[in-house]
Design a protein around this ligand. Structure first.
Ligand code: NAD
Length: 437
């Protein structure tokens, strides 16, 4: 691609220097765009391409009227944002959460574009969300919300168009309902319309563990950068859901000492290391850390500042901020959650020499195996788990090397390098396709 003048950036956007004092995070989309802008400038991205890549292709808001179990009618709001399709169909999860906003969904959709490009799989970026509190809804209410939401976005999704997956508050059962609703309208079974499905309905072996496994692989690849090995490293994990619990178990099984973990109610700590395999089994049974022997309690804020080698934030956004970043003692942060580190925190961590492996690389194991699931559904031929895991390992390790090479070449952080890699691939393919008019 031709190297041209720096793009003109809109000056109305908030940056850390223009934010009110004491506040270090802009909206999720602005947080994403602030990194995009830095990467675009370092790439010398064409100003026209800059405009193309920052705009979502389409944003859809739908109304979801439901008869609740007690007979009254409730109306929920849902979104689906398609950010970019230059490299293939949109790909991205559906989040059920009471705090979902269009701005957040838009940011998550753009992150998916860069993430898929960083790991070089043929998808664009998309994301969806429904404003609801899944914990307060019955199974029947959740099913009706899911089916009506699917019906409302039916024309927008499809194996060649936009392929949803689970995210916070949704799971393989939700994907089965989406697949069934779509298939009933298509009059035949279309398994490849969503990924993250149950294994018996076209799901992939290894999909549930994929994000956690990918994080463990990235910890293993990143450790030597700081003179460490994964085996023997002291690890702290924030969040004990699908991502955090599996990352903790896999790191433990690879010989690391998982010294602390947490969920929304707080954390537990043992300086010699927890038996994370036993802890996952305990947590699956009791849904709490209570009753697990040989540990001390630790608060969520203190957990992030514990003395450790590798910190894995795997809960939600904006956990590492300007106010706690100076106290972080980890040598490496491997981002399991999307957007756990604010831009202000990034600046502080970079100054401290902390290696931050960004979300769009570190947690890409999930979407990578989603890609494998889509391929298997379309081929109608399913792989052994070992095959899935080997291919995942190849992609995660190659992507870590690609981002590290970019970081060295341009003298930038791994976060900016990952954005540069993702943006340059999407920009290249957009240029080759040309603009339809
Ligand atoms: P989940 O709902 O299964 O688990 C979230 C966990 O975080 C729970 O244990 C919850 O108690 C805990 N938590 C919430 N707020 C917390 C807080 N303030 N402090 C400590 N713990 C807190 O969700 P998940 O699927 O594990 O996803 C976690 C993050 O990873 C999200 O940002 C998601 O977008 C991202 N992600 C998930 C996948 C995937 O495959 N599931 C893939 C890529 C990225």
């Amino acid at each position: 691609m031709d190297q041209v003048a720096e793009p003109e950036l809109p000056d109305s956007r908030l940056t850390t220097s223009t934010l009110p004092q004491g506040i270090d995070s802009a909206s999720p989309f602005d947080e994403m765009m602030s990194r995009f802008d830095v990467a675009a400038q370092r790439l010398g991205l064409d100003p026209g391409l800059y405009k193309v890549l920052r705009e979502p292709v389409r944003e859809t808001k739908v109304s979801i009227p439901i008869v609740m179990d007690d007979g009254h009618i409730e109306v929920f709001v849902g979104y689906r944002v398609l950010h970019n399709i230059a490299r293939g169909p949109g790909k991205g999860g559906i989040r059920f959460d009471k705090n979902v906003t269009l701005d957040e969904v838009r940011a998550l959709a753009a992150w998916m574009t860069w993430k898929c490009a960083v790991v070089n799989i043929p998808f664009g970026g998309a994301k969806g969300g429904v404003i609801c509190d899944p914990a307060s809804l019955s199974r029947g209410e959740l099913e009706r919300i899911t089916r009506r939401y699917t019906a409302e976005i039916m024309d927008l999704i499809g194996p060649e168009k936009d392929v949803p997956a689970p995210d916070m508050g949704t799971n393989p059962q939700t994907m089965a309902w989406i697949m069934d609703t779509y298939s009933m309208h298509a009059r035949h079974t279309v398994t490849s319309v969503v990924t993250g499905k149950p294994l018996t309905l076209g799901g992939s072996r290894g999909r549930i563990e994929a994000t956690g496994r990918g994080l463990m692989l990235i910890c293993r690849e990143a450790a030597p950068v700081k003179g460490l090995t994964l085996a023997g490293s002291r690890i702290v994990v924030q969040g004990f859901g699908n991502v955090g619990s599996i990352a903790a178990r896999m790191c433990h099984e690879a010989g690391a000492h998982v010294i602390a973990v947490s969920d929304i109610n707080g954390g537990i700590f043992n300086s010699k290391g927890l038996d994370a395999t036993a802890l996952v089994a305990h947590y699956e049974k009791h849904r709490t850390f209570e009753g697990f022997q040989g540990v001390e309690r630790v608060g969520n804020a203190d957990l992030l500042e514990l003395d450790c080698d590798i910190l894995i934030p795997a809960a939600n956004e904006n956990q590492i901020r300007g106010r706690n970043a100076p106290n972080i003692k980890a040598k490496i942060i491997v981002e399991g959650a999307n957007g756990p580190t604010t831009q202000r925190a990034d600046e502080i961590l970079n100054q401290k020499g902390v290696l931050v492996v960004p979300d769009i690389l570190a947690n890409a194991g999930g979407v990578t195996v989603s890609y494998f699931e889509w391929v298997q559904d379309r081929a109608g031929f399913f792989w052994r788990e070992q095959e899935v895991n080997e291919r995942l390992e190849d992609i995660m390790c190659q992507s870590f090397r690609d981002v590290s090479t970019m970081a060295e070449k341009y003298g930038v952080s791994h976060r900016i390098a990952a954005y540069m890699l993702g943006i340059s691939r999407v920009a290249h393919d957009t240029m080759v396709r040309g603009l339809y008019a």
